[in-house]
Design a protein around this ligand. Sequence first.
Ligand SMILES: [Zn+2]
Length: 303
Amino acid sequence: MNMLHQQDPAKKKRLKRPYFVVLLLLLFGIGFFVGKSYSAEELLSASSESSTMPETVEQPDEPSDVPEIVEEPKESTPPPESSVDAESEGTEPIAEEQPAKKVVYLTFDDGPSNWTEQFLDVLQQHGVKATFFMQGGNLKKQHLQESVNRAVQEGHYIGGHSMTHNYRKLYTEHQFVPEMIETLNLIQEITGETSHLVRAPYGSAPGLKEEQMRTQLANAHIKIWDWTIDSKDWELASNPSQIVRNIQNGTTSDREVILMHEKKQTLEVLPRVIQYLKEQGYEFMVYEDTNHFMLNFQNDARL
Ligand SMILES: [Zn+2]
């Protein structure tokens, strides 16, 4: 209807065409501006999204940066620990591992005996290897030799403990080295194993205070081991629990060598001794000729 009225005046048509053009231009312009404004909003929203997106996009970066910053503190905080880590890491390849690792050597003197088999049973049950110092007089008893061979087969070490165990003969009469050589030869005859370690009856002090006997030992390539803990088991037949307490009280360092004997009371408490040492984090070691360390009361580095 309006179109019909408007179509009547041609001038108006001519006049209105420019208006239409202007209106169209205005509409385009508005549309453009609106579009722009939308696009601006979109841009804003997009920027806000992109600010979130970039955040989410950057967040992965930032989180990755943050974790790096978080990890870096971990790396920077470890340094206080890293001094410990560095030590523990440094100790692994080097020999410093020994102080970090707690090791214990169980040693049993005066065998072989009628108890040897049962000692081996207990050690086997607990997966523990031990070091035995045996007497020549007992090694000669044929019915005990099977136990000596079993000990070797099960990974235990058999060292020498003299032929006579007699203080006067060994030290006063200077028979220590000849007796030890005879004992070690006997062990080799029975087991086929060549041992170089002995334990001096009653300890190397004061018996081996004379340097001459120690030189004789060194020349014979014989090493001697005393101990770090005396369980005093031999005198505790009526009070076996005291053996455990003696060992508990004596356990102070990362490497212990415990003196025990093939006695009934010792056999009785051996599982408790092993359990205690395991609880304390000790690893059970057996003596090896190739891994010798000095342990004698004379502090003779040759032995
Ligand atoms: Zn002895």
